[in-house]
Design a protein around this ligand. Sequence first.
Ligand SMILES: Cc1ncc(COP(=O)(O)O)c(C=O)c1O
Length: 391
Amino acid sequence: MVNIADRYGDVQEYYFSQKLREVAQLNAAGKNVINLGIGSPDMAPPRQAVEALCAAAHNGNAHGYQGYKGTPALRQAFSDWYATYYAVALDPETEVLPLMGSKEGITYISNAYLNAGDEVLVPNPGYPAYSAATKAAGGVVRHYNLREETGWLPNLEELQQQDLSRVKLMWANYPHMPTGAKASKAALAQLVDFAERHDILLCHDNPYSFILIDRPESILSVKGVTAHVLELNSLSKSHNMAGWRVGVLTGHPQHIANVLIAKSNVDSGMFLGIQQAAIEALKQPQAWFEELNTHYAERRKLVWQIMETLDCRYSTEQAGLFVWGRPPEEVNVEQLVDELLYEAGVFITPGFIFGTNGQRYIRVSLCADNGQLQRALERIKAFKNIKIKKS
Ligand SMILES: Cc1ncc(COP(=O)(O)O)c(C=O)c1O
């Protein structure tokens, strides 16, 4: 048997890829699990986007390979979106690179910049793809701590005291997944300043900036486009288009050109219909986000009740598609998550998958309607009553 390459040696299969198989098996056995694990929006994308996709699918000229850096119209639409919502000016020709979701951008950035042994600062807790992409590209992960006591923001003073000479990239992500923490403009400015002082390329991953937040923020609004900052963005969460795979990389023309080298040797462009749909999605007015957030705010109240039923501590100030909470110290979190799955039929995410600093926490998704959340709440209450009786 031929072995997997060494660089994948300690990269595990993605947690959800494996866990959702388990959920599927339970469902096949009639368990009807309520999935509050993943952040895959269940509400409809903008109607105009769906219509644009259908129209393109009926157009005989839409089916060929597309350009590697998206159509000029899509790049213009991303540039207009950044100007409207983030007050950031981007040259659509050189500073915008449409992607098939921001997750692929994480891999392309890692492939484009990392030589064997180069170090990458990765948030703990954080999105697991940063570490996986770093290792797969031959880089070395250096976790930096995010802690509840400091609002899940990095302690840059502490980091500065370490030897950073081999660090080439740094991942940051605010509003932060999984904790829902927000970063003020001043906090983003400190990150930019840190990257400049240490000659690090700061990659800000920004897919949650429209969810349960008053004003979306881009790290590019700190100083505009500069040599030390890149930003990934996505329509997955903001426009309910996770399965369509549309994201974008924004930043300095030289970086866009470098990442395009990595990308254009892997994929062969995005279906024209999806690009035209994305253009329509990007034109949505403020009212689109307001409507979306009305639903998420209602759902969040039910998830808060789930957190309270489980005696979790949580902040009501979180942004993004999840609620992050801390069960009491005596609770074995992994065991709780498994019991909820197997005994209550509710799947939630254990915080350990986001890093050691997430070990004592759980994450519950808002991507389920009020009826499902209500049912999940009832199941969890019943589960808890049984536990209390047993003890
Ligand atoms: C922090 C973070 N970045 C990126 C992604 C991936 O987004 P996309 O669907 O654009 O690949 C996710 C999705 O869960 C995420 O939580």
